[in-house]
Design a protein around this ligand. Structure first.
Ligand SMILES: [Mg+2]
Length: 282
């Protein structure tokens, strides 16, 4: 079974700033501070991180659990109108080709599609609803599961395991995002990672993040299907048209095998263990 986890903002859709407008309004209504979101660099942060930061900018303090919940609820109550506003002004957009990829993946019995997003679950559903793409997602990991991105990805995989009734190995999980933080989180969890450049990520940071695949968007599905191991690479490589290798050795190795260097490290550790075991027995 392959699990493909999609980030929302900048990967599935661009909501035209609806999230930051709703949060700005919530902060203004609750604490009277204006324009605090302009001071926040969102870049793949979870809502939990963003809300804590915004609260601190507005009040100079750390929120208690109750204050945090009040901010969340206010934000969620304002978000639908802001998403609708973006939709009406034409600023709400789907990433090019992403719906085609979702339709393609949803046809396959060996693939499960989920969300891996820093949005609160309710916020995620509100942001995705106008896209008509909610129907593709039966599960996910959200900003309300953890403030740490790699942890919320693991939560999504746990839910996929329950739905599939099977154990999912990290090598079967593919994370797609638009910022270096998406890539870092996927790597920290031991999952495959790929990124698009048409989202909200800093392009240089994304290119340097060591994602296995980086493309502008999803308008050409072939590299995506090759990366997911669902189509053969015409060049004969099992997967991995990957941009910006960390070193020439990695590049050559990946080109030959489609494996990253961690696989080599793991292999060496295993080999050493085997050798020392043999010595012990002789
Ligand atoms: Mg994003």
């Amino acid at each position: 079974m392959k699990i493909v986890l999609f980030d929302i903002d900048g990967t599935l859709v661009k909501a035209g700033g609806a999230g930051s407008r709703a949060l700005d309004k919530a902060v203004k209504e609750l604490y009277g501070a204006e324009g605090v979101c302009a001071r926040v660099s969102w870049q793949g942060c979870t809502d939990t991180e963003n809300f804590a930061l915004v609260y601190r900018y507005a009040t100079g303090k750390k929120p208690t659990a109750r204050q945090f919940r009040a901010l969340e609820l206010k934000y969620l109550s304002l978000l639908p109108a802001e998403v609708e506003r973006s939709r009406k002004t034409g600023d709400y957009r789907k990433l090019a080709g992403v719906e085609k990829l979702l339709a393609e993946l949803s046809r396959r019995k060996d693939v499960m599609i989920g969300l891996g997003t820093g949005n609160l679950k309710t916020g995620a559903l509100i942001k995705l609803a106008p896209s008509g793409m909610l129907k593709y997602f039966a599960f996910g990991g959200y900003g309300c599961d953890s403030a740490v991105r790699s942890e919320l990805l693991k939560k999504a995989v746990e839910r996929a395991e329950k739905l599939a009734g099977a154990v999912i190995r990290p090598g079967e999980v593919y994370v797609i995002g638009d910022t270096h933080r998406d890539v870092e989180a996927a790597k920290a969890a031991g999952y495959h990672c790929a990124a698009v450049l048409d989202g909200f990520g800093d392009e240089n940071a994304v290119l340097r993040s060591g994602a296995e695949l980086v493309t502008r968007n999803f308008s050409d599905l072939e590299p995506w299907l090759v990366w997911l191991g669902l189509e053969n690479d015409p060049k004969g490589v099992r997967r991995g048209t990957y941009v910006c290798p960390d070193s020439p050795i990695e590049h050559a190795h990946f080109g030959r095998t489609g494996m990253d260097l961690k696989a080599i490290d793991d292999g060496l550790i295993k080999l050493r263990k085997l050798k020392s075991g043999r010595k012990g027995r002789s």
